[in-house]
Write a protein that binds this ligand. Structure first.
Ligand code: PXG
Length: 291
């Protein structure tokens, strides 16, 4: 496997980062998880725009153009012969000194890994998954904003640990006001009385690219949609629930905090949207030049 690292392709075991890189020392950096399907990189431009916005929010000046990074992503897939898989694009503050001052870091580091991912077992996509609400709240927007896809995921990891310790794979995180924010690596949708609903970004959600895609698909299919502040009560009385994320794709949720959602099986609108999503990703995206 070849990794793109600071402008070069290097073998996996040679793809190393300095212990003085602030990405490692402080989680000071930004990243994207991107998917390739059927020889195309899905919504690449949207991921790159979000990466640049995350970088801007942390005052990390990108020395590369958006096009250069898009080319690096596509080339990393091509040199690895990757037709379908998962791409991790990471930009760190770069090598600096001990001490927090980011301005002492000379230049950012960048790397791209093109590999595979299987987040949840296949049967969960068919039968649905169970989730729990956890005590760890989503970062307060006045601290590290949940809109920034930063390398500092420890808060979400703590929530993920709570879920796994409770015997389920994913956690619903609330915000500091007690409203539903999102999950540790996925956005959350419910269906109530035929209306598709997701939490607003202002509730502490990342503007997920899969979230945006599902909203587009719903609108095109004539499914009523709204963003709405949600409480746990709203989840408990929902007819359907599902999660979206680049890694997870779209996955039905059938139980929250031990309570069955709807009739306890993936709902019809959930299944319809998941099918449409799978159709779309096969045909849309930046082509990977494969031999
Ligand atoms: N919320 C959060 C907090 C995320 O990290 C999403 C929503 C979904 O966004 P996209 O754009 O992917 O639809 C994410 C992205 C993992 C993993 O291993 C998940 C993400 C990133 C990296 C790893 O579960 N999620």
């Amino acid at each position: 496997m070849k990794i793109y690292l600071n402008g070069e392709f290097v073998e996996k075991d040679q793809a190393v980062i300095s212990v003085f890189d602030h990405g490692l020392l402080y989680g000071d950096g930004v990243f994207e998880g991107i998917r390739a399907y059927n020889g195309r990189v899905f919504r690449l431009k949207e991921h790159i725009v979000r990466l640049f916005e995350s970088a801007r929010a942390i005052m990390l000046k990108m020395p590369w153009s958006q096009q250069e990074i898009m080319d690096a992503v596509v080339q990393t897939c091509a040199v690895n012969g990757l037709k379908s898989g998962y791409i991790r694009l990471v930009v760190t503050r770069g090598v600096g000194t001990l001490g927090l001052n980011p301005y002492l870091c000379d230049k950012p580091s960048i790397f791209v890994i093109a590999d595979s991912i299987q987040l949840y077992p296949k049967e969960m996509y068919e039968k649905g998954m169970d989730v729990v609400t956890v005590a760890t709240i989503r970062n307060h927007p006045a601290a590290l904003s949940p809109a920034i896809k930063s390398l500092n995921y420890l808060n979400n990891i703590l929530a993920k640990i709570e879920a796994i310790n409770a015997g389920v794979p994913e956690a619903v995180m609330l915000n500091s006001d007690g409203y539903v924010a999102e999950c540790t690596g996925d956005n959350l949708f419910i269906v109530k009385n035929g209306v598709l609903i997701t939490t607003p970004i202002s509730a502490g959600a990342l503007r997920g690219i899969t979230r945006d895609t599902v909203i587009e698909l719903a609108k095109a299919a004539g499914i009523p949609f709204q963003e709405q502040t949600l409480t746990r009560f709203d989840l408990f009385i929902a007819d359907e629930c599902f999660l979206t994320g680049t890694a997870a794709e779209a996955i039905p949720v059938v139980k929250i905090d031990g309570r069955p959602i709807g009739d306890g099986t993936p709902g019809p609108i959930t299944k319809q949207l998941i099918a449409k999503f799978h159709g779309l990703v096969q045909t849309e995206g930046e082509p990977i030049p494969l031999p």
